[in-house]
Every structure is written in structure tokens, then in C-alpha cells.
Design a protein around this ligand. Structure first.
Ligand code: HEM
Length: 502
């Protein structure tokens, strides 16, 4: 009886707290956060019932549809307090004019905090300014650019080409290019950042524990953002259960390895090493901070490059005339039987650059990016933004808007980037694929070199085709966009000349 009474009292207690939360605490909190969970406008209703999925493959396509049809090119999802814009003036305002009012903010840095720590990707203010300055100084040096070029070409020649040759030599040889590009870009960015070679593209070897843990940690961190409320993952973290337990284990594994690399470098002397970690070691003593700085680079430079390469090869397979134009340009500029030898030479390939930009216009590796408004504000299109609101700019939708790219915005047309055969970049706030303004991507030049080297080397050696041309892969958003199920069944054949021309 005593037990039953205490159970009953506990139940009453719980009811009391539940009602207090529902009626007294949640509404003011939600009001202050600018959220309206009760909003029944058409957009919020469609969002809450997920009825958009009847007509659209993924949320980004639905947002693109709404943004296209909005006169101001800005929409609101009231129930989650998110203002989404595809208006270049608004993008410039938040990324440049009023940069200080639109930081990444706490909600974002908490989600990635356990994985990225105080790394550049995850911080604002002075911590960000310090790393930005230090990294920009290093990345602008000629020596690091040629180091990146060296790494990428080594990986192409000794791993990527032999792998595709092997597949091409088999009858009906097919492979998942997305998986291949993910392994390729992880090898490259690890060597560039850490001076460490995980050898993911050596298929005879199992994926390294580091690569597996890194994959798991980015996947589980991204999943935190998809929970109904941050409370869900925070409670799981306190009790160390489920996905949070796995995340903790993956991060521990990454930390052990990172600390070991740092220890070895200190022991051997880091001054002669060319990788980023060694360069940063002369200005930073704190090993945990060093680990955080480098891990941000791995995350920033891995899946983005793989995603860009996957969509580029998919689009090229669908548009053979673009592939022919790339090859014709390379034969003219480099020479039909000659190899490119420096990254400067790649600058002369204007059509190739245009094709790379054009594929990311339609399939940006980072489809959308959010900031959190610090103080009440009004965007250039007249939209009022309350303090605390999440404001998202949407490169994926922007690439599909006629007012920005013209009536043929949905077509893959590299020519739109050329004037008299010379590549002309667009206003970066119209094309924020690498973000723009003060926090523009630090690896943009390296990424472009990587994409152009791979495209040129593979196109000149192989004929890569879709095994099932009628199948359109589904684009799936995440921290970085990918094709769900991969880019399966790409057929590789050696070029008709039969020999390698590079
Ligand atoms: C096609 C490839 C790439 C694309 C499309 C891309 C795009 C972007 C975007 C949109 C951001 C802003 C993200 C945000 O603030 O939330 C960013 C930031 C950044 N990217 Fe890239 N990126 C690419 C490759 C790379 C590579 C290869 C590296 C490393 C060498 C890199 C290093 C960085 C860093 C360090 C930042 C943070 C900059 C800051 O916060 O000041 N990125 N990138």
C-alpha cells in the first residue's frame, strides 16, 4: 500500500510538472525563441504533416519550389523558427554587410561540438578570427598549393587510375563512383591536413579505423540536427546510450589517433613537414586545440569534394557534348599526348572551370547553410527577423531561380560562365556555393584544383558511362549532399584509343 501511495504521488507530481511545462513554461520560452508550434499556415501545415513528400523527392526540392514562387524569394517555416532566403541581396547582407549579426550561433556549435571542438568550422568571434587569419596565411602560400597538387596527382596516378583500369578491363565492370570519390578525397585531405595516409582507396586494405570513426562521428553529429528537439540527444548523451554512446566512442578513437600523430610529429620535429598540422604547430602549443583545428579541415574538405565530383561525373555522363568540349580544350591547350604538369596550367582550361562551376550551381555540395540572428533586424527585401531566428540561405534553390540564372536555369550549360571563351566568375552572393563574404570557404582554390585534376585525368583515360541511363539517382541532403544509394553502376572503359593518353 505504501508503495502504491508513493507511486500515485509520483504520478501526480509528474502530471503537475507536465501541465506546468505545457501551460506556463513552454509558451513563453517558445515565444521568446520566435517559435510558433501552433502555426497552421499552409507552409507550416505541409511541413508538419510531411505532405510535401507526395510531390517532391526531398525537402530541398520543396523549399526550392516555394522560394521560386515567393515574390521576395524568402519564406518562413514558423513552427521551427526558420527564415529561408534565396535572395542574393539578403545573402550579401547576412554574410557581409551585417556579418556580426549572423554568426553560426550556439545551436549549431552544440550539435557539432563534441566532434569538432573549437575548430574553425564550429566557432565564432575571436576563436574564429585567430584560426581564420592563421589558416589564410598558410593557404595562400605557393608551397602549400603545390603540396596539394602533388598529393592529388599522386592519389590519381597510383590509386584512382589503377582502380578504374582494373574495373574497365573486366567485362561489364561497374563501380559506385560516389564511394570511390569519398575514399579518394579522404586520402587527399588526410595527407594534406595531418600528413597521414589512411589508404582508403587501396581496396585490398580494410577501411582504416580512423576513416570509419570519422564517418560515424560526422553521420551521428548530423543526425543530432534531425531530432525533434535537442533535448532528445542531450538526454541520450547524459545517460550515454544509443547513438550518443556510439558518437562518444567514435570521437574517442579519433582523439587517440590525432594525439598520437601530434606526439610523433613533436618527437620527430615538425619544421620540415609540409602538411597543415605541422605548419600550425609552430603557432599553437595546446594539443587539443591543434586536434580541433585540423579535424575541421578534414570535415570541410572531404565530403564536399566527393559530392562535387559525383554530380559532375553524373552530369557529364548525361551531357556527352560537354565531355567532348572539355577534352577538345585540353588537347588544344595542353597538347593531345601531353600531361599537365602544374596547377597554373589548369587555369588556362576555361571550359573545364566553367563545367565544374556549372555542375555545383545545380548540385551544390552544401545545399543550404544557416546562421542565427543576434539582434532584431530587417533584411534588404523588407523581411523582419526576430533575435534568435535561424536564417538560412539556400544555394540549391538559388541555382534553380529564373530571376537569377535566366529562363534556362535548369539546364546544364557551362557556356553561361564564358565570355569569348574566357571564364568569368559570377557575383558570389548569387552563387554562394563556397559561402561568400567574410567566411568564404578557405579551401576553394584547393578544391577547384582537385576537381579539375580528377575530371581531366579520368576523362582523358576512360569513357565513364551510366550503366542504367534511365535511372536518376536521388539527391539526398545531409551535412553535405550525396546521392542516396551512391552513384551505382558507372561503367568504365579505357578510351577508344586503347592506351592512356595522359
Ligand atoms: C567543392 C568543395 C568545397 C565546397 C563546395 C566548400 C564549401 C564551403 C562552404 C559552403 C563553407 C561555409 C560553411 C559554413 O560556414 O557552415 C565552407 C567553409 C570552409 N571550407 Fe570549404 N568547401 C569545399 C572544399 C574545401 C576544402 C578542400 C577545404 C580544405 C582544404 C575547405 C575548407 C573550408 C574551411 C576551413 C571552411 C571554414 C571557413 C570559416 O569558417 O572561416 N573547403 N566551405
Amino acid at each position: 500500500m505504501e508503495i502504491e501511495t508513493s507511486w500515485f504521488l509520483q504520478f501526480l507530481n509528474a502530471c503537475f510538472y507536465f501541465l506546468a511545462l505545457c501551460f506556463l513554461i513552454f509558451p513563453p520560452l517558445l515565444y521568446l525563441a520566435g517559435l510558433k508550434p501552433w502555426c497552421n499556415c499552409e507552409i507550416c501545415h505541409t511541413y508538419l504533416t510531411s505532405s510535401w513528400s507526395k510531390q517532391f523527392d526531398n525537402l530541398c526540392d520543396w523549399y526550392a519550389h516555394l522560394l521560386k514562387n515567393s515574390p521576395s524569394k524568402t519564406i518562413h517555416i514558423h513552427v521551427i523558427g526558420n527564415t529561408i532566403t534565396a535572395n542574393p541581396n539578403n545573402v550579401e547582407y547576412m554574410l557581409k554587410t551585417r556579418f556580426e549579426n549572423y554568426p553560426k550561433g550556439k545551436p549549431f556549435s552544440m550539435i557539432l561540438g563534441d566532434f569538432l571542438g573549437r575548430g574553425i568550422f564550429n566557432v565564432d568571434g575571436d576563436l574564429w578570427r585567430f584560426q581564420r587569419k592563421m589558416a589564410s596565411l598558410e593557404l595562400n602560400k605557393y608551397s602549400i598549393r603545390s603540396f596539394a597538387f602533388e598529393i592529388v596527382n599522386y592519389e590519381i596516378k597510383t590509386r584512382l587510375v589503377p582502380l578504374l583500369s582494373l574495373v574497365g578491363s573486366k567485362k561489364d565492370g561497374v563501380l559506385d563512383l560516389q564511394d570511390v570519390f569519398r575514399r579518394f578525397s579522404f586520402d587527399c585531405i588526410c595527407r594534406f591536413s595531418f600528413g597521414l595516409d589512411p589508404r582508403c582507396l587501396e581496396l585490398s586494405l580494410p577501411m582504416s579505423e580512423f576513416a570509419d570513426s570519422f564517418d560515424l562521428a560526422s553521420k551521428l553529429s548530423a543526425e543530432r540536427a534531425m531530432t525533434v528537439s535537442p533535448l532528445v540527444w542531450k538526454i541520450k548523451r547524459v545517460f550515454n546510450i544509443g547513438s550518443e554512446k556510439k558518437l562518444k566512442e567514435a570521437v574517442s578513437m579519433i582523439n587517440v589517433l590525432a594525439q598520437e600523430v601530434i606526439r610523433q610529429k613533436r618527437k620527430m620535429g615538425f619544421f620540415t613537414h609540409k602538411d597543415l598540422l605541422s605548419r600550425f604547430m609552430s603557432s599553437v602549443d595546446d594539443d587539443t586545440y591543434l586536434r580541433d583545428i585540423v579535424i575541421s579541415f578534414l570535415l570541410a574538405g572531404r565530403d564536399t569534394v566527393a559530392s562535387a565530383l559525383t554530380s559532375l561525373f553524373w552530369l557529364l555522363a548525361k551531357h556527352p557534348h560537354v565531355e567532348s568540349a572539355i577534352m577538345a580544350e585540353a588537347d588544344r591547350v595542353i597538347g593531345a599526348n601531353k600531361e599537365f604538369t602544374s596547377f597554373e596550367e589548369l587555369r588556362e582550361l576555361h571550359y573545364l572551370q566553367a563545367a565544374v562551376y556549372e555542375s555545383m550551381r545545380l548540385y551544390p555540395p552544401i545545399q543550404f547553410d544557416s546562421k542565427f540572428c543576434q539582434k532584431d533586424d530587417v533584411l534588404p527585401d523588407g523581411t523582419f527577423v526576430r533575435k534568435g531566428t535561424r536564417v538560412t540561405y539556400h544555394p540549391y534553390a538559388m541555382g534553380r531561380i529564373e530571376e537569377i540564372w535566366g529562363f534556362n536555369c535548369l539546364e546544364f550549360k557551362p557556356e553561361r560562365w564564358l565570355k569569348d571563351g574566357i571564364f568569368f566568375p559570377e557575383n558570389p552572393f548569387k552563387y554562394p556555393v563556397f559561402q561568400a563574404g567574410l567566411r568564404v570557404c578557405l579551401g576553394k582554390e584547393m578544391a577547384l584544383v582537385e576537381l579539375k585534376c580528377v575530371a581531366l585525368s579520368l576523362l582523358r583515360k576512360f569513357h565513364i558511362d551510366l550503366a542504367t541511363p534511365s535511372h536518376t539517382p536521388r539527391f539526398s541532403p545531409g551535412l553535405t549532399a550525396s546521392f542516396s544509394g551512391g552513384l551505382q553502376r558507372m561503367k568504365c572503359k579505357k578510351n577508344s584509343s586503347g592506351d592512356f593518353r595522359v
